[in-house]
Design a protein around this ligand. Structure first.
Ligand code: AMP
Ligand code: ZN
Length: 668
């Protein structure tokens, strides 16, 4: 028995080391395949000999624990904020104050990047990670230990000779390329993209299912050791030690002998911060000597021995050439500034959003004005100022248009709204094509093969004027369009046919009623069951539904008042689209009830949506992440490796699409 235990420990140690080589040092010494084999061996042994369980085993990297409520834990040492500085003068004042406090000592500064992520406090005892707590309000935070264990750059077991007990602080980030990748996937899945890496990292730490957290590309940079007894004399020594113990310490820090050198560091990174893989929101300057740090101490909010230097958001001046106006499918008008192209944060900026009339008036914009444009993260650039000294006296003030740029009808602006609207519902071309484009979009009826441009061509060619016309298209009509291949035409007809199976809630969303998004559509479908029922509701009845307020209810009433809408709905009904919900009783079977499936990989015979429908039609549930509650992994080719690892660990069976069909006897 002893030898089994030894074997397990040996495998754990090896895997900890390989993981460190791979994730922290970025230089693996064994292949991924060999790593997987070792991991699988360990999983098997651990399953066979549960008496040797170790909560810090490398097998716990894939998560599994589900936490309903995160315990609030008081920090042993408060997690302070940092005072901010924005200029050389600010820093000199800070420097002078420190000199005054400590006398004429030999003052060194340690400069680090200010990682823009979520801060975390880790406690290690006897070389093992035992607690991970968020900053919270600085006095107490949430215990997110299980989720933190899934982050590969955070060691579960330390190397070398470390203090028995200490805490270390760091920042959890998502790298820019991983963030883009996440959003690309979300768009493919028809989900809204995440706003920015920091919020996504922060949200990830609060997920209840740690196995879901393990799929998030979280990384951690450590920068501050907090000890019960002093182990090192300087911040620099602490960083070097932490590196030896296996922590991920960014090599961007620098020891500076005076404030001039600090300034050089600031300038150096100002030029290069956009090239970093992750986002920073400035730099952090720390007094290097720990004794001086102690002498300086803390104010009620900040350490006196440290300060942040914040870079200004990047701005650049350029000429405002003109303003154009876009008409959305609901008739809302959005002004867009056309700018003389200018390089900002690595990309050319040609346009900036102006949102609405108030925004134009705020800056009293004139044509040819020199405007300052700012780009924050991945948000569309915006105009943040105008240089009035450079204004040409003869330049024309920008006046918000009064007529629709497309159909020329007078625009209307409701007092309570910030947007202007074109009310020409029936005949305003961008509204008509916008509605059809919305109808076919992924989250709505997902009609393959028809893109935005095709819709515009079909509309211009007089072949369609509303979404129900799509179903009357003939093969010859499509052949006349430029660049239309035989295959795409087939796809369009398949897509149209398939759309007849799409459930009522999505059809309702596809109709494009203003303010009726996906969630509201689901609610309405559940509440009223059919379009016929929904159509006859009075304002007061609609208002009774949870979370449906005046704005939505009025918009629904208005929509059904329009004759054309009723006419189109009737046509779609005749064509066979779903205008009522399939009640549970109409489900083919309940053969899969209480079973939770996760779908992964590429399938030969069915689309993912079809498979999802088969499962749900038979009473099963589909979830996006694997947890101990998952019953089956429905796998095609190329199942995601982390999913594979997890199902193996949890002993979840993998079934093919044919297996599923066999289980349900479902025919499609
Ligand atoms: P603030 O939230 O602006 O008061 O700044 C303080 C926060 O900066 C800390 O709580 C950390 O989360 C974060 N931070 C990022 N990088 C560092 C670093 N190198 N040293 C100290 N704090 C950092
Ligand atoms: Zn119009």
């Amino acid at each position: 028995m002893k030898s089994v235990q030894k074997n397990i420990e040996k495998l754990r140690d090896e895997l900890h080391l390989h993981s460190y080589n791979y994730y922290v040092l970025d230089s693996p010494v064994i292949s991924d395949y060999d790593f997987d084999i070792k991991l699988r061996d360990l999983i098997n042994l651990e399953n066979k000999f549960p008496e040797f369980y170790d909560e810090n085993s490398p097998t716990n990297r894939v998560g599994g624990a589900v936490i309903k409520n995160f315990n609030s834990i008081k920090h042993d040492f408060p997690m302070y904020s940092l005072d901010n500085s924005y200029s050389k003068e600010d820093l000199e004042i800070w420097n002078d104050r420190i000199f005054k406090n400590i006398g004429d000592g030999n003052l060194e500064f340690l400069c680090e990047l200010k990682f823009d992520g979520v801060s975390i406090n880790l406690t290690y005892e006897n070389g093992k990670l035992i607690k991970a707590v968020t900053r919270g309000d600085g006095v107490q935070g949430d215990d997110v230990t299980e989720n933190i264990k899934t982050i590969r750059t955070i060691p579960l077991k330390l190397k070398g000779s470390f203090p028995n007990k200490f805490q270390i602080r760091g920042e959890i980030v998502i790298e820019k390329k991983d963030f883009l990748e996440m959003n690309k996937k979300r768009l493919i899945e028809g989900l809204d993209p995440y706003m920015n890496p920091r919020n996504t990292a922060s949200g990830s730490l609060k997920l209840q299912d740690s196995s879901e957290v393990s799929t998030r590309p979280l990384k951690c940079f450590l920068y501050q050791i907090v000890t019960y007894e002093e182990n090192c004399k300087t911040q620099n020594d602490y960083l070097i030690s932490a590196l030896d113990w296996g922590f991920n310490i960014s090599n961007t820090y620098k020891l500076c002998n005076n404030i001039e050198d600090v300034y050089k560091y600031i300038n150096y990174w100002e030029l290069r911060k956009n090239d970093l893989n992750y986002e920073i929101d400035g730099i952090v300057i720390k007094v290097n000597d720990i004794n001086y740090q102690k002498e300086l101490g803390f104010t009620s909010k900040y350490p006196r021995w440290s300060i942040a230097y914040k870079y200004k958001a990047e701005q650049i001046s350029t000429k405002l050439l003109s303003v154009s106006y876009q008409v959305g499918r609901t008739g809302a008008i959005t002004p867009v500034a056309n700018l003389e192209p200018v390089l900002l944060g690595g990309t050319y900026v040609k346009r900036a959003s102006l949102h609405n009339e108030d925004q134009i008036n705020k800056f009293d914009l004139h044509i040819n004005d020199l405007v300052s444009v700012e780009k924050g993260g991945e948000i569309i650039p915006k105009i943040v100022g105008v240089d009035l000294n450079k204004r040409d006296l003869n330049s024309k003030k920008i006046k918000f248009i009064e007529n629709c740029p497309s159909c020329f009808k007078i625009l209307s602006r409701n007092e309570s709204e910030s947007h202007h609207y074109c009310l020409n519902y029936y005949n305003c071309p961008p509204q008509i094509t916008g509605r059809i484009q919305h109808f076919i979009s992924r989250k709505a009826l997902d009609i393959n093969g028809l893109g935005k441009e095709t819709i515009e061509l079909l509309y211009k060619g007089g072949l369609i004027s509303n979404y129900s016309d799509l179903y009357n298209l003939k093969r010859d009509d499509l052949m006349t369009l430029e660049r239309m291949a035989e295959k795409s035409i087939n796809n369009i007809f398949i897509g149209l046919e398939e759309s007849k199976k799409i459930p009522f809630e999505r059809v309702l969303f596809a109709l494009g009623i203003r303010y009726v998004g996906q969630t509201v559509s689901k609610k309405l479908a559940k509440e009223f069951k059919s379009i016929d029922n929904l159509m006859t509701q009075k304002l007061d009845d609609l208002l009774l539904v949870d979370e449906i307020g005046d704005r939505i209810s009025e918009s629904i009433i208005d929509f059904f008042k329009i004759d054309q809408n009723i006419y189109i709905i009737n046509k779609l009904k005749e064509l066979g689209l779903q205008f009522e919900i399939m009640e549970k009783s109409t489900q083919k079977h309940n053969i899969l009830s209480h079973n939770i499936f996760v779908i992964s990989g590429i399938f030969k015979n069915h689309s993912r949506d079809e498979l999802k429908n088969i499962i749900e039609d038979n009473g099963g549930k589909v979830s996006s992440s694997i947890s101990s509650k998952t019953n089956f992994l429905l796998g095609g080719d190329n199942i995601g490796p982390s999913k594979l690892l997890k199902v193996n660990k949890l002993g979840i069976p993998i079934i093919s699409e044919n297996d599923l069909i066999g289980m349900t006897n479902s025919k499609l």
